[in-house]
Design a protein around this ligand. Structure first.
Ligand code: PEP
Ligand code: MG
Length: 579
């Protein structure tokens, strides 16, 4: 009988294939090793470490050249761990000390290291403890000759399989894709995990937080995975398979049609030009943005430049990087967001580690204002880049105008310093603020008085308005862009910008979801920024919408619709206005 499980869709697309379980937990046997055999046990352990290293190196070599460097960096991190005394020398000492087998020594060391991480109660360190676990499990599988159970590395071995696991490492994800995996679902994990980021970059449909896959799905049975809606259907009947095959085909045709839209501008039926910008994480993303003919970059998340390294990039490295992106945009605007570290995105140097509620703690502009050694080089790099083209600077997570005054004063100081040093900067750098804290949305008028533009970060605005941690899959069901409170805050921000005569953009995920495009047009939004893969789809809705007709309908909807009715009203807004 067929069964449907739901989780969080982190990478869109439909896949139909056979279930293949990855075993994440490994039973470790304990045995005593006679004294005269201890040295050969140690050699067995060291050979397993070397084999783990060559497996990782071979995965790294097989990553396609065009893959972004953050993906290879994940694998480099695991390779570096194989050089770490904690994971290699200490187990050797434990084998000698306890006279035990290599597997048991490694398990003892893993328990000790994980114990230390867990005591720290820090989400970033928890991610790092997963990395330790993944590396140790790789060595354990080799020692226990369990490598063949899961995957032996041969390409095509998992052709047309949908992999199910507790969790997957980025390295495993790359390897599994080479072996023919068409999609994956994991019991745990959030949409911002390294693996989720990777699945989107590699366009592998994926669902995380799919609780119960181990319990209810059998190895080898047919599965359908819908990465957009976060659904896994086990043992579907012929009719369901036919339905999803049709959707797959439909999706292929639609993608081809949408690609043709790239050369057309986004203009509504009543002739309003809408700006469609792209969000990027890494400089490499810029080529795809060019192909999609975005009107520029509306959000450059610079924190990715600061990740997977021991020390933050200096001013010159940042300048070189920003300038390369600006040049690639060939005259189109580049919106550089200042560092948004903290909460689930921590620096390897440990700066910004915070207490019991990281999402409410020292994050983004709060961290930058606290640690000027981090902020100043970035301000200098952005200002210097602005001498070479249309750069906009955007400040994340503003809470009150006091913070904004501090930032503006620092920018002025930086300008003066650059002038003294005869270093060029653009005289008219636009400075914008992200509205992603409910308090800032309620005070949007005051922010608008001091800024050149606003950009609504709905990912955080929703998290903070509805009090749900965006990386916790247990409360993800409450994440609702259509909650009336969220809509009112969005509308308030758009209105504040219009009254002050400054542009308002939206760069959270809501902007790239075509289900909300008409609603946002009706609210008066004229600048959308999103992942480049959503651009043409949103454009097709824009080119088929009439703002003057939408406006009164949306006004009425925001003022009078309850949370329960709103989804139905949005469906009718989307279906009735195709003329
Ligand atoms: C947002 O919060 O909507 C946003 C765009 O910023 P980030 O997702 O990087 O926090
Ligand atoms: Mg944000």
């Amino acid at each position: 009988m067929s069964l449907m499980l739901s989780g969080i869709g982190v990478s869109r697309g439909i896949a139909i294939g056979k279930a293949h379980f990855m075993r994440n937990s490994i039973e470790v046997p304990e045995c005593a090793i006679p004294a005269h055999m201890l040295e050969s046990e140690i050699s067995r352990f060291l050979s397993a470490v070397e084999l783990a290293r060559s497996q990782l190196e071979s995965i790294r070599e097989r990553i396609p050249a065009e893959t972004s460097i953050d993906i290879t960096a994940f694998i480099d991190t695991h390779l570096l761990m194989l050089d770490d005394a904690t994971l290699v020398s200490t187990p050797v000492e434990l084998i000698r000390e306890h006279g035990c087998n290599a597997e048991w020594a490694l398990k003892l060391q893993r328990d000790a290291v994980i114990n230390v991480f867990e005591k720290m109660d820090d989400p970033y360190l928890r991610t790092r403890s997963d990395d330790v676990d993944h590396v140790i499990n790789r060595i354990l599988r080799i020692l226990l000759d369990r490598d063949q159970d899961d995957h032996d590395g041969s390409d095509g071995q998992l052709m047309n399989t949908i992999v199910l696991a507790d969790d997957l490492t980025p390295a495993e994800t790359v390897l599994l894709k080479h072996q023919g995996m068409v999609a994956f679902a994991t019991e745990f994990g959030g949409p911002l995990s390294h693996t989720a980021i990777l699945s989107r970059s590699m366009q592998i449909p994926a669902v995380v937080g799919a609780h119960g896959v181990h319990q209810y799905v059998r190895d080898g049975e047919t599965l359908i995975l819908d990465g957009l809606h976060g659904i896994v259907i086990a043992d579907p009947d012929a009719q369901t398979i036919a339905h999803y095959r049709e959707r797959q085909q439909h999706e292929r045709v639609r993608q081809q049609e949408l690609a043709r839209l790239a050369s057309f501008p986004a203009i509504t039926l009543d002739d309003v030009h809408i700006k469609l910008m792209a969000n990027i994480e890494l400089p490499e993303d810029i080529d795809a943005v060019g192909m999609a003919r975005a009107d520029g970059v509306g959000l450059y998340r610079t924190e990715f430049l600061f990740m997977n390294r021991a020390t933050p990039p200096g001013e010159q490295e940042q300048f070189d990087c920003y300038l390369a992106v600006l040049n690639a945009l060939k005259g189109k605007p580049l919106t550089i967001r200042t560092l948004d570290m903290g909460a689930d995105k921590q620096l390897d140097s440990g700066k910004g580690r915070c207490g019991s509620n990281p999402a409410l703690g020292l994050r983004a502009v709060r961290l930058c204002l606290k640690d000027l050694s981090l902020f100043r080089p970035q301000l200098r790099a952005i200002l210097r880049t602005s001498a070479h083209g249309p750069v906009r600077m955007m400040i994340p997570m503003l809470t009150n105008t006091q913070e904004l005054y501090q930032v503006l004063a620092l920018i002025n100081e930086t300008r003066n310093a650059l002038q003294r040093e005869s270093l060029a900067f653009g005289p008219d750098l636009s400075i914008g603020g992200m509205i992603e804290v409910p308090g800032a949305a309620l005070s949007a008028r005051e922010f608008a008085r001091h800024l050149d533009f606003l950009s609504i970060g709905t990912n955080d605005l929703i998290q903070y308005t509805l009090a749900i941690d965006r990386v916790d899959d247990e409360v993800n069901y409450l994440y609702d862009p259509l909650h009336p409170a969220v809509l009112r805050l969005v509308k308030m921000t758009i209105d504040a910008g219009r009254e002050a005569g400054i542009p308002v953009a939206m760069c959270g995920e809501m902007a790239g979801d075509p289900r909300y495009t008409r609603l946002l047009l009706g609210m008066g939004l004229t600048e959308f920024s999103m992942h480049h893969t959503s651009l043409q789809e949103v454009k097709s809705v824009i080119n088929n919408s009439h703002i003057a007709t939408l406006k009164p309908l949306v006004d009425e909807l925001i003022d009078h619709t309850t949370a329960g009715q709103i989804h139905v009203r949005i469906d009718s807004l989307n279906s009735n206005l195709t003329e």
